[in-house]
Design a protein around this ligand. Structure first.
Ligand code: AMP
Length: 175
């Protein structure tokens, strides 16, 4: 059955002024709670990158973990957490990045990627693109090849695609 984007859209809730005044937060919890919508989002992502021979799937803390894990399972790939500074216990590679709201640092375990591995990056929202680009750079610094970047939601008006130009990018619901 073809995926019903309008149905997905109806399950994404706008929460104004969260976590800061002026931000409209895209709350995906109603979509995650819906078994048909959740599985179709995972399936569409897997089908899109199906010929990529993915070795590892990176999930970006925290909502990226939820989407990346089942994608990794479908591919028979490993899962790699990219986390905010100070959360990963072992040696890390770190990359500073700009968010839609503020700046932060992302980290990946220094031994997470075997050089030459093919890596897919998954998150919930592409806003300015800074987060996805930082994750891609971390993978590349460890010698991985970024096969693509996938997000459930793309905030097109922020033009995040420009920041990740050159990477294969896939999104399902666009605003
Ligand atoms: P950016 O680096 O600007 O592309 O921001 C993307 C990251 O911030 C993702 O990990 C999202 O989870 C989060 N994010 C940014 N804007 C929003 C938003 N409006 N609603 C929910 N999450 C957001």
């Amino acid at each position: 059955m073809p995926i019903d984007i309008q149905r997905l859209r109806a399950l994404i809730r706008d929460v104004p002024d969260f976590p800061k005044p002026g931000i409209v937060f895209k709350d995906i919890t109603p979509l995650l709670a819906n078994e048909v919508a959740f599985s179709s989002v995972i399936d569409e992502t897997v089908v899109h990158f199906g010929r990529g021979n993915i070795d590892k799937v990176v999930g970006i803390e925290a909502r990226g973990f939820i989407l990346a894990s089942p994608v990794a399972y479908h591919f028979g790939a490993g899962f790699l957490p990219v986390r905010k500074a100070g959360k990963l216990p072992y040696q890390v590679e770190a990359e500073e990045y700009a968010l839609e709201y503020g700046t932060a640092t992302l980290e990946l375990h220094a031994d997470a990627v075997v050089p030459g591995e093919r890596v897919l990056i998954v998150d919930d929202v592409l806003a300015t693109g800074g987060t996805a680009r930082a994750a891609a750079r971390l993978v590349e610094r460890l010698g991985g090849k970024v096969i693509g970047i996938a997000t459930l939601i793309e905030l097109e008006f922020l033009e995040g695609r420009k920041l990740i130009e050159g990477y294969e990018f896939f999104s399902l619901v666009r605003y």
